[in-house]
Design a protein around this ligand. Structure first.
Ligand SMILES: [Mg+2]
Length: 206
């Protein structure tokens, strides 16, 4: 791990079970909706899989005063945290979550962290523009392709609603391998490799 490494961990769909929460809110079976999403092959369109408009989807969430703080942890959450903490200093770990437009989302997410990961309660960053946090040595763990694409180093956590849907049955195994890989130094660009000139014995650029 480089000294400059900072790891950002998404909440919804990675640590917080947003999907189970919205299925419950709309009285749908998560297994049935996951099957529909898998058939949609990673389009990240949960409202469509639930058979509703985006406005109705977010309207129902915004109408529930405790939706965000009452989300369960995902079944993988604690093992994701253990994996990251095994490899990265806790001072270099932040939660990075995109809130909805309703301010209850900001408050509920802060309460969620207080409840489930209180040691990290001062390390929550809320932004819909996660790419602004990207930079050298910065790694994002997220279930959204859009957010992962804003980072040079990222791990897309496999879920039925993203392009890694085929891996969602072995998501933790995939995550552990890819997270270790994301921490490795980038290979040296070819233009910086020096070889010795066989005639002069001087190093030369290739
Ligand atoms: Mg997410």
């Amino acid at each position: 791990m480089g000294k400059e490494t900072i790891v950002f961990i998404d909440l919804d769909g990675v640590l917080a079970d947003f999907f189970q929460g919205v299925c419950k809110l709309h009285d749908k079976s998560p297994e049935d909706v996951a099957r529909i999403l898998t058939r949609m092959k990673g389009t990240y369109n949960i409202p469509t899989a639930l058979g509703m408009s985006s406005t109705a989807f977010w309207g129902a969430i915004d109408s529930d005063p405790h939706f965000w703080e009452h989300l369960h942890k995902t079944p993988e959450a604690d093992e994701i945290m253990e994996t990251v903490l095994m490899l990265v200093d806790p001072a270099r770990i932040y939660f990075l979550s995109a809130p909805s437009l309703d301010p209850k989302s900001h408050y509920g997410k802060a309460k969620w962290i207080n409840q489930h990961y209180p040691k990290f309660r001062s390390r929550l960053i809320l932004s819909n523009n996660k790419h602004l946090l990207a930079g050298k040595g910065r790694v994002l763990i997220d279930d959204s392709e859009k957010h992962c694409k804003g980072f040079t180093r990222s791990v897309l956590f496999p879920r039925p609603w993203n392009s890694k849907y085929a891996e969602s049955g072995r998501a933790l195994e995939y995550f552990k391998k890819e997270f270790r890989r994301s921490l490795k130094p980038l290979s040296m660009p070819i233009k910086h490799i020096h070889l010795t000139d066989p005639h002069t014995r001087e190093p030369k650029n290739v």
